[in-house]
Design a protein around this ligand. Structure first.
Ligand code: TUI
Length: 312
């Protein structure tokens, strides 16, 4: 499955692992890269010193390419952007904003820049300022999301830009991979399936929630605050949505979610934690190694794409 994206990134399979805050640390990123995909360290809200350590830990475990995701709302984003350039990281993805101001230092350091976008307008702007590819992320995704579905977003972004498009949001198996290719993508990025990978360090309780989630078990908090975030429903989410419907203040709502992702991932607190996951959680039924996940995805997608679906 060689594509423009596997060539651009020097990877074996056109599969990227999402740069999930707290979840995507060096164990997961190294395992995905070593298995032939692109592992990505998720910087989330972490300090720059943590990101530097994580990069060095991945390098101890694999000599294959890996990336770092810069979450642009991180107060230390400037420092992390410099760490990425200084450490010679080959690929950066960005989320929750526009990385325009970092383009020059990254380009000068030879970093491939892949912004995550949720609209055609941002995709165009990113191509214009020198992005090497874009991740078009649909609203099916977990975490911070845009409005448009993957089905609608990917072909529109593919038509709007000439850099390769990587599809994300709602992809959990080889059928999703094949569908993304049909929509014009040249690779996919997956998060939820990797949350439950054997190499993922997330708390067992979190994994259990993802594995037992059904198709209708995610909710979007923060639609009224301008920061919509998809999570698996729990006690906290019920309370949040009730307060939000009653017109609670931003401060009141933010107090509920502050530190929630850490509580879920690290402490396994399923009552007050933010259990971020995509709508495809209902499809994810098994804890597997990253190597098995990649092998299965590629085999299934290849099988689907070589055969005809029609009787005659
Ligand atoms: O960034 C993500 N997903 C994330 S970031 C995150 S960290 C977090 N932790 C606690 C609470 C809230 C967030 C969790 N999940 N995905 C990429 C993404 N970027 N999705 C949507 C966007 C986006 C949205 C608006 C990108 C740019 C944008 O506007 C930029 C502009 O300047 O127009």
């Amino acid at each position: 499955m060689k594509t423009e994206v596997t060539r651009l990134l020097g990877i074996e399979y056109p599969i990227l692992q999402g740069g999930m805050a707290w979840v995507a640390e060096y164990h997961l990123a190294a395992a995905v890269s070593e298995a032939g995909g692109l592992g990505i360290i998720g910087s989330g809200g972490a300090p720059a010193s943590w990101v530097r350590e994580q990069i060095r830990e991945v390098r101890k475990r694999t000599s294959r390419p890996f990336g770092v995701n810069l979450m642009l709302m991180n107060p230390e984003a400037d420092a992390i952007a410099r760490v990425i350039a200084e450490e010679g990281v080959k690929v950066v993805t960005t989320g929750a904003g526009s990385p325009e101001k970092y383009m020059d230092i990254w380009k000068a350091a030879g970093v491939k820049v892949i912004p995550v976008v949720a609209s055609v307008a941002l995709a165009r702007r990113m191509e214009h300022c020198g992005a090497d590819a874009v991740v078009a992320e649909g609203t099916e995704s977990g975490g911070h999301i845009g409005e448009t579905t993957t089905m609608a977003l990917v072909p529109q972004v593919a038509d709007a830009v000439s850099v390769p498009v990587i599809a994300a949001g709602g992809i959990g198996d080889g059928r999703g991979v094949a569908a993304a290719f049909m929509l014009g993508a040249r690779a996919v990025q997956m998060g939820t399936r990797f949350i439950v990978a054997k190499e993922s360090i997330v708390h067992e309780n979190y994994k259990r929630y993802v594995l037992k989630a059904k198709d209708i078990d995610t909710r979007v908090t923060g639609r009224t605050t301008g920061h919509p975030v998809r999570v698996i429903r729990n006690k906290q989410v019920k309370e949040y949505l009730k307060l939000e419907a009653e017109g609670a203040s931003l401060e009141q709502l933010e107090r509920l979610t502050l530190g929630g992702l850490r509580r879920a991932v690290v402490d396994g607190d399923m009552d007050t934690g933010s259990i971020m996951a995509g709508q495809i959680a209902g499809l994810v039924k098994e804890e597997q190694s990253c190597a098995d996940i990649l092998r299965e995805l590629v085999a299934q997608a290849q099988e689907l794409m070589k055969g005809s679906l029609f009787d005659e």
